[in-house]
Design a binder for this molecule. Structure first.
Ligand SMILES: [Zn+2]
Length: 272
C-alpha cells in the first residue's frame, strides 16, 4: 500500500470499518511509516466522539447538511491535505452514521464559540444554514477536531419539551399555564399576574365530564412577583391534556378568580 492509499483508508480504519485484509495492510504500513502513523494518531479521537452520539441525537438531526459539506469540501480542497482528509472523514461520518448532529456541532464549536457548546443540536443545525460561509472560513487548515469539544459531555444534550401555553383573563388578572405531557398526566407551569399579595389560591383542572381534580395551591407572596408576574412552582394534573376542559383558579373559599379554557381542537390561545 502506498502512503496515499493508506491515508485515504485511515478514517475508515479508525472507525473499525475496514475489512480484515485491508486493516492488516494498513497496520503493516503504519508499523514502518512514521508519517502515516502520526496521521493516524491525529484521527484516533474520532470514535470517542462518535460514541457519545445517542439515538435521540440522530433523530434530532433534522436535515443532513450535504450542501454545506460539499461546499466545505470544495473550498478546502485547495488547502492543506490533512484538513481535506478530516473533512472527508467528517462527511462520511455524517452521511453514513448520524446525519448531521456531529458535524454541525463540531463545526460550530471552534474555540471562540465553544461557550455555545451546550446549545441544543436543533439550534446548531439551524445556525448552520445562514452561516455557511462563516463556517467554511472557521474550518481553517489547522482547525482539527478540538479535544475540548470531544470531551464535553453536554454538547448534544436534548432540549426540554416545550410547554403548550394557554391563557385566561378576568379583569386585570391574567393566568398563563404551560402544559407538558408527563408520566401519569400533565405538568402545569403557572404564571400569574394581577392577583393581590396574600390571596390564597387553588388551581384545579376540570375534565370534559366536569370532574374536578386539584393541580396546586399557594398563597401569593410578594417574593413570587418578578417583573409584574408571579412565577409559581409547577403543579401537576392526573388528566392528560386532551381530557382537560379548563383550569380554574379559585380562592380557598371556592370563589372563581379566573378560568383558563383548553380548546377542544387543541389550538392554543395565543399567550403573550
Ligand atoms: Zn506512509
Amino acid at each position: 500500500m502506498t502512503c496515499e492509499e493508506v491515508r485515504l483508508s485511515l478514517g475508515v480504519y479508525v472507525l473499525g470499518a475496514l475489512d480484515p485484509e485491508e486493516a492488516a495492510a494498513v497496520e503493516a504500513h503504519l508499523d514502518v511509516c512514521p508519517e502515516c502513523a502520526q496521521e493516524m494518531a491525529e484521527l484516533s479521537g474520532l470514535p470517542t466522539m462518535l460514541g457519545r452520539v445517542s439515538a435521540g441525537d440522530i433523530t434530532l438531526a433534522a436535515r443532513p447538511p450535504r450542501a454545506v459539506l460539499d461546499r466545505l469540501l470544495a473550498a478546502s480542497a485547495k488547502r492543506h491535505k490533512r484538513s481535506r482528509l478530516l473533512l472527508s472523514l467528517a462527511a462520511s461520518i455524517v452521511v453514513v452514521a448520524v446525519g448531521g448532529a456531529v458535524l454541525s456541532t463540531t463545526l460550530n464549536s471552534s474555540p471562540e464559540t465553544s461557550s455555545a457548546a451546550g446549545a441544543a443540536p436543533e439550534a446548531a443545525a439551524r445556525s448552520l444554514a445562514p452561516q455557511d460561509d462563516a463556517l467554511a472560513s472557521k474550518v481553517a487548515p489547522d482547525a482539527s477536531l478540538a479535544p475540548d469539544v470531544m470531551s464535553s459531555p453536554e454538547i448534544l444534550s436534548l432540549p426540554q419539551d416545550d410547554p403548550i401555553r394557554f391563557e385566561g383573563r378576568a379583569g386585570k388578572v391574567r393566568l398563563t399555564l404551560g402544559l407538558v405531557a408527563a408520566e401519569g398526566g400533565t405538568r402545569v407551569e403557572i404564571e400569574l399576574a394581577g392577583v393581590p399579595i396574600g390571596t390564597a389560591c387553588r388551581l384545579v383542572a376540570v375534565d370534559r365530564r366536569g370532574t374536578v381534580s386539584p393541580v396546586s395551591s399557594w398563597t401569593v407572596k410578594k417574593a413570587d412577583y418578578r417583573g409584574g408576574k408571579a412565577h409559581l412552582p409547577p403543579g401537576s394534573s392526573e388528566y392528560q391534556i386532551e381530557q382537560i376542559d379548563r383550569f380554574e383558579l379559585i380562592t380557598r373559599s371556592g370563589e372563581l378568580i379566573v378560568a383558563v379554557p383548553i380548546p377542544q381542537d387543541g389550538v392554543p390561545t395565543p399567550a403573550s
